[in-house]
Design a binder for this molecule. Structure first.
Ligand code: INI
Length: 168
């Protein structure tokens, strides 16, 4: 049996960037609060969480990439809300945000978490913003701590050591 490498939820001493869009702020403000609460519950210091605001979900990836490239953050949590009823280019906005955020993580090596609510209508958005279906911001914060601690372990090479063994 090989080794299992996984992250944990101890965020003490780690730093996080939140990137939150202002579009649909009546939902996003609850996601920001949820993310802050999630990080606090993981032991992250209040002073170790920075918040960057952008106009809409389309602008999240660019700001997240700039934050990641500073090297000052262990993970970035991206918070936004796209409502189909509210836009004819829903699929475009969702797709670009999701793809862009994934690219931030892949290109920089800094975990970037997609905590963007995508909803068919306002009722669904309210549910996903914490009313019934949990809070995507809170969930995103926990995912960020888990991925940040996992990334630290992978950097140490705990999963790669086996690869350096000599072939029999
Ligand atoms: N941005 C969102 O974050 N959510 C939306 O629902 C939305 N709608 O409905 O259009 C939205 N559009 C703005 C977009 O993200 C950009 O800010 C804009 O296109 C300027 O680049």
């Amino acid at each position: 049996m090989g080794m299992t490498v996984e992250g944990n939820f101890n965020g003490r001493g780690l730093r996080f960037g939140l990137v939150a869009s202002r579009f649909n702020d009546f939902i996003v403000k609850h996601l920001v609060e949820g993310a802050q609460e999630g990080l606090r519950k993981c032991g992250v210091g209040e002073g170790d969480v920075d918040l960057v605001r952008v106009p809409g979900a389309m602008e999240i990836p660019a700001a997240a990439k700039q934050l990641a490239e500073t090297g000052a953050y262990d993970a970035i949590v991206c918070l936004g809300c796209v409502i189909r009823g509210g836009t004819s280019h829903y699929d475009l906005v969702c797709g670009e945000a999701a793809k862009g955020i994934a690219q931030v993580a892949l290109q920089t090596g800094v975990p970037a978490i997609f905590a963007v609510v995508t909803a068919e209508n306002i009722e669904q958005a309210i549910e996903r913003g914490g009313a019934k279906m949990g809070n995507k911001g809170y969930e995103g914060a926990l995912a960020a701590v888990e991925m940040a601690t996992l990334a630290a372990q992978l950097r140490k090479g705990s999963a790669g050591r086996r690869g350096r063994r000599k072939r029999p």
